[in-house]
Design a protein. Structure first.
Length: 152
């Protein structure tokens, strides 16, 4: 599989990350601004898909702590379905519970000045990286298990 795009879809910003060509490592891209009540920036996302030759998209799914879906979860799924249809690119979802807290910790650990650490765009980009990296790692584990199973 080629490159994968990771998305942390939010009400005001969309964190975006891209894998390397071997789909092993995630790296952040600039966070996209989103205006409340307005359509998501599909054309910008479609341009990124073309620019990086993306073969798959993974979107963080904001489940409730109980694991159930909410109205926001359904909105994220609708966004993903629309992006998949518009771009003709397959979309997967991955549980993003606790990703924002982990992203905030990761940004704080960078040792940046406080005004830089508190920029929400950094946290959104870090969340997208964590979402994408979790997907890439899980896929590698599944592929490795499949290889072992075939060898037996």
């Amino acid at each position: 599989m080629g490159r994968v795009l990771g998305i942390d879809y939010g009400e005001r910003r969309i964190g975006v990350a891209v894998s390397d060509p071997t789909a092993l490592l995630a790296q952040p891209l600039p966070t996209l601004a989103r205006r409340r009540g307005k359509r998501p920036p599909f054309s910008t996302l479609e341009a990124l898909l073309r620019e990086y030759d993306i073969e798959h998209i993974v979107i963080g799914l904001p489940l409730l702590p109980s694991g159930e879906e909410s109205d926001w979860t359904r909105e994220v799924r609708t966004f993903g379905e629309n992006l998949a249809r518009r771009s003709d690119t397959p979309v997967s979802y991955i549980d993003e519970r606790f990703t924002s807290q982990a992203a905030e910790r990761a940004v704080r650990a960078l040792g940046l000045p406080r005004h830089e650490r508190e920029r929400k765009e950094r946290v959104d980009a870090a969340a997208a990286v964590l979402i994408l990296q979790a997907f890439l790692d899980a896929r590698r584990r599944v592929d490795a298990a499949r290889i072992v199973e075939e060898e037996e």
